[in-house]
Design a protein around this ligand. Structure first.
Ligand code: ZN
Length: 283
């Protein structure tokens, strides 16, 4: 499932490719992912519009589009859901079976493919409301984090997934950051000492930044071109260690902790798996 680093890598990859491209035609095959935007509404807004900018916000791709002739700018939000993929392919290549939306850009099609249709592609800006600061941004200060955790009785692992506290942190990076900070995932958020919060904030930022630097956990070369873009080898930086080798606890239940050798444990918190080392994360 794509997490913040995958979305960031995808945004960096797509942004220069989409810049100033004009949408000639809009094809909607799965209206569900547009909700509450209707297909006719999307077609009306997008046809003739140009891609002006692309940025990541939490796990959303925020496309800024401009109406024809340097007109008004508006926002289109994309979310990969569990199985979504977004890429460009030559206009003469057949659209894949699970194409949800295809935008004809002239020589290329921008394809949003989603086998399970949990993704989003919408003009509705409301998913961005109430999001907390970006974990890698300047607003995510130590004092902010301390205040945000202070009043919570939830386990810190569960609290880290609260998007109003900090936006875009998913299960993998919550588990990994708690391991690197040496903090137990079961500890109530409000019980963390200042030193622990400081370590956790640093671990979160470092883990995410590293994942972005190493590239995506999933290949982005869906059209199978093998083409390089100079920034990433379609998601994986050259010479980067294998993704699984970098993970310390996530999905490593029963395997030896890379630091102390203790078997990694799996528990379920708020319906999600948590992986941790019972020895390295005692407090
Ligand atoms: Zn350990």
């Amino acid at each position: 499932m794509p997490e913040l680093p995958e979305v960031e890598v995808l945004v960096r990859h797509l942004a220069p490719r989409l810049k100033n491209k004009m949408i000639r035609r809009v094809e909607v095959r799965r209206a569900r992912i547009l909700r509450p935007t209707r297909p006719a509404e999307l077609k009306r807004a997008l046809t003739g519009a140009q891609f002006a900018d692309l940025a990541r916000r939490a796990k959303y791709l925020a496309f800024t589009l401009q109406r024809p002739g340097g007109g008004e700018r508006f926002l289109l939000l994309g979310h990969l859901g569990m199985t979504g993929r977004m890429y460009l392919q030559p206009v003469n290549a057949p659209l894949p079976k699970h194409t949800a939306v295809a935008l004809n850009l002239g020589g290329e099609n921008f394809v949003f493919e989603d086998t399970r249709y949990f993704g989003r592609f919408t003009l509705d800006p409301s998913p961005q409301e109430g999001l907390g600061p970006e974990p890698l941004g300047d607003e995510f200060t130590l004092e902010y984090f301390i205040q945000g955790l202070k009043r919570s009785a939830q386990a810190v692992k569960v609290k880290l997934l609260d998007q109003s506290l900090v936006a875009g942190v998913g299960n993998i990076y919550a588990c990994e950051s708690l391991f690197h900070a040496g903090v137990s995932p079961r500890l109530p958020a409000g019980k963390l000492a200042r030193g622990q919060i400081k370590r956790l904030r640093s671990a979160l930022r470092k883990t995410l930044a590293e994942a972005i630097r190493f590239g995506s956990t999933v290949t982005l070369d869906w059209p199978g071109t093998g083409e390089r873009d100079g920034l990433f080898y379609y998601g994986r930086a050259e010479g980067a260690t294998d993704y699984e080798e970098r993970l310390c606890v996530y999905d490593r239940q029963g395997q030896a902790c890379r630091v102390c050798g203790t078997p990694i444990r799996r528990i379920v918190q708020a319906g999600r798996s948590t992986f941790y080392c019972p020895r390295c994360q005692r407090s």
